[in-house]
Write a protein that binds this ligand. Sequence first.
Ligand code: ADP
Ligand code: TPW
Length: 581
Amino acid sequence: MTPVITKAEHATEQAADKVVETTDGMHLIIDALKHNGIDTIYGLVGIPITDTARLAQAQGMRFISFRHEQNAGNAAAIAGYMTQKPGICMTVSAPGFLNGLAALANATVNCFPMILISGSSEREIIDLQQGDYEEMDQLSAAKQYAKAAYRVNKAEDIGIGVARAIRAAVSGRPGGVYLDLPAQLLAQSLDVERGKQSLVRVVDPVPRQIPAPDAVKRALDLLKGAKRPLIILGKGAAYAQVDADIRTLVEKSGIPYLPMSMAKGLLPDTHPQSAAAARSFVLAQADVVMLIGARLNWLLAHGKGKTWGAPKQFIQIDISPTEIDSNVAIAAPVIGDIGSCVVALLTGMGSNFGKPDTAWTDEIAERKNKNMAKMAATLDRDSSPMNFHGALRAIRDVLKTRPDINLVNEGANTLDFGRSIIDMFEPRKRFDCGTWGIMGIGMGYAIGAAITSGLPVVAVEGDSAFGFSGMELETICRYQLPIVTVIFNNNGVYKGSDVNPSGTPDPAPCSFVKGARYDKMIEAFGGIGYNVATPAELTKALVEAIASGKPALINAAIDETAGTESGRLTSLNPQSTATKK
Ligand code: ADP
Ligand code: TPW
């Protein structure tokens, strides 16, 4: 455990041979993380963690220094999703903590493992509310939005505190964990030997959880009796990193499948069994639906209502038993880790598991072909000014040639069209607004993905969405990351044509500065800017920017009337809900 502080100054001349080697909280936190194979911290410095950040770097860890804690937290969260190891975000007290907390809550909601480590001020002052510098009861605040929250008060407990945080983040259903480190803890000294002994390496942090044989049999019996079966793959299935087994299950069963947006690429989107182009049809018509790592939340219309058509029976594979029956009755829950569950299902299927009725698969194929032909015609229509379809066709065609590239996607129309138009070919390459439909993950996820994978990232961003994390362009340039940000610039939120009806000079709530040049922003930090107005220009700029391997931003001017309010979620607006009633 290095380095240690030799407190030679405490040794008297007479006892020079009894020099005590000590370490401190700051060293121990770095040692504890490294001891568990963690090599990167995403964060933002200040009192009391600046020296900890410096020390992390001095000790061979990467400290990726951000401009806003929420983006650092998002980077940590996506790193956790990609690796099954908790991503680490480090912040200062109260305001820094709160900025990071938004990312921690988002990670928890999305089931991404991450640990938010924040420095905090003195407990005795906080508890008596005497007004310390950046005073806040952070632990209490974090508890409500994290899977777990801990505080370490003694240097000798740092090892166990970090171990608990790691285990809580990655075991069972993954999530966000908060670790509170009071400033005085970082300075507390401890005998170096005791410090070394206090470190804990987490053994088997993601234990396998084998499903019960009767649960597997129940699920298989249901599948066997199905006339119109469907599999839905969620981001839990992508997270599990059992890609080959999932593909075998899908192919051996012959069952059509739908990928949720971040599960795209788990099987290539061009796979013949993908029913994505006939989504509405299969959701409404299926009689037995097997969910693998996907929740029946709003993204799946809660498993009921018009979207789902006739009543159906569900099989749900999930690690979390309390997810079952959360929205509708689940006929066959299979509780366990997805890897073990899929293997158990494959074993139970044996070698002569019947394929679904061709009447079902033929009908899906027919719908798919019809919808795909319609979409191809829309995509081929070159409209001027450029619309979402023209721009996305250009991006789709470039990315088809580079399946290794990570894709970040946020916005409303930019997200909704992007999700269906851009095909993915490899797992865990698509990162988007996820469970909350949150804006602001863009640059944080892009940086986390670039650092974690060492591969290029293309971030396709609505102009509003980009604004939430845009200052990280400086971080991208400072670390020289191969990230190409494409801004779909339609002059506003959803669209740029919103008008203030009152006649006062204030701009309308959804409108931005017209014709803004986002490409100039990256140029301010030494990155490469492009300004494009047609799909052909966008293709050329994207190819060139990716090939350069340098930070780049493409400002893509989009028809300001092209979008729809709230993208595909128009019906969730209170006005629409009121009209429906
Ligand atoms: P999507 O938004 O793609 O539909 P969700 O985030 O709603 O996906 O669902 C992911 C589900 O996957 C969660 O219910 C979570 O408990 C589950 N999950 C995550 N990791 C695993 C795993 N390794 N094994 C089993 N289930 C998992
Ligand atoms: C943290 C509400 C949903 S989508 C969106 C907002 C503000 C931006 C849409 O405009 P954009 O995309 O990005 O220009 P496009 O393609 O339609 O032109 N605050 C948070 N999260 C959400 N979801 C919102 C606000 C919202």
